[in-house]
Design a protein around this ligand. Structure first.
Ligand code: 9D3
Length: 252
């Protein structure tokens, strides 16, 4: 899969792509990420990418021509027409469902917004606007990195363990169960308490462990993100466990 990123902070993207799972996939050529400096597509001496808003008001707006020139250049680079995304607070909220849909595209162009936004006419070349959540960021670079990370994980071979991608609890719409590693007992709780690993995880009874994990994942989802249960894909066993969790009056 190929990503082309257009930004006024290319170093911010390059730096973040230099470490981690995505970096390894780029080295293996499973992924290709090309970062383009928007200023390289200006034609004036001062490489100006922004200007004041027509109609007045605070802040600056990204000018349309450098973005159009960048898109023209990127579209020339390969045969197929890429899907063009614009990071924007007005966009479709990024969810795992959206991530899976984007992961089926062979080529994505990410235009990183900045300042108060981009000239509205740029949207005539954009297939979809994406927001990563309802909070205010300084620009679209971190959202672009979030999109690349999440979407790249959908590409076969990017994450070493295909099983873990398939089983990722979020993929089925539930929160994760609790995880433990050695030692079985550790000091460091509040008031000098020793903290233990639940016995079931050391029992070697894999059927029981599976059931405990299902119950914990459901209990957590119920407590923290009950909204997810409306759309989660539950098997018969999980539906039964959930009924038990919701009808138990003595819980908490
Ligand atoms: C006063 C109106 N603001 C829009 C909600 C102005 C504004 C805030 C932040 C305009 C641009 C930005 C910069 N943010 C992004 O470009 C952005 C973003 C975000 O702020 N939050 C979540 N996802 C995204 S994707 C791009």
């Amino acid at each position: 899969m190929r990503f082309d990123v257009v930004t006024i902070f290319p170093a911010m993207i390059q730096q973040a792509l230099g470490a981690g799972i995505v970096s390894r996939a780029i080295e293996r050529k499973t992924l290709n990420v090309v970062v383009h400096d928007l200023r390289d597509f200006t034609t004036d001496k001062h490489r100006v990418v922004d200007d004041m808003p027509y109609g007045g008001g605070p802040g600056m707006v990204l000018k349309p021509e450098p973005l159009f020139r960048a898109l023209d250049a990127i579209e020339q680079l390969e045969e197929s027409r890429p899907t063009v995304l614009l990071t924007s607070p007005q966009g479709t909220l990024l969810t795992q469902r959206v991530v899976e849909r984007l992961g089926r595209q062979p080529r994505l162009v990410l235009l990183c917004g900045r300042y108060e936004g981009v000239d509205e006419r740029v949207r005539s070349r954009v297939d979809e606007e994406i927001s990563i959540g309802d909070y205010v960021l300084s620009g679209g670079e971190l959202p672009a990195l979030v999109i690349i990370d999440a979407v790249a994980r959908m590409v076969p071979g990017v994450v070493g363990d295909e099983q873990s991608v398939a089983e990722d609890s979020f993929g089925r719409g539930l929160l994760d169960f609790p995880h433990y590693t050695r030692p079985a007992e550790v000091a460091g709780g509040t008031e000098g308490q020793t903290l233990r690993v639940p016995d079931v995880l050391m029992s070697g009874n894999h059927a029981e462990i599976r059931r405990w994990r299902k119950r914990e994942a459901l209990a957590r989802t119920l407590a923290r993100r009950p909204d997810l249960l409306a759309t989660a894909e539950l098997d018969d066993d999980e539906r039964k466990l959930l009924r038990e969790l919701t009808t138990r009056r003595d819980s908490q």
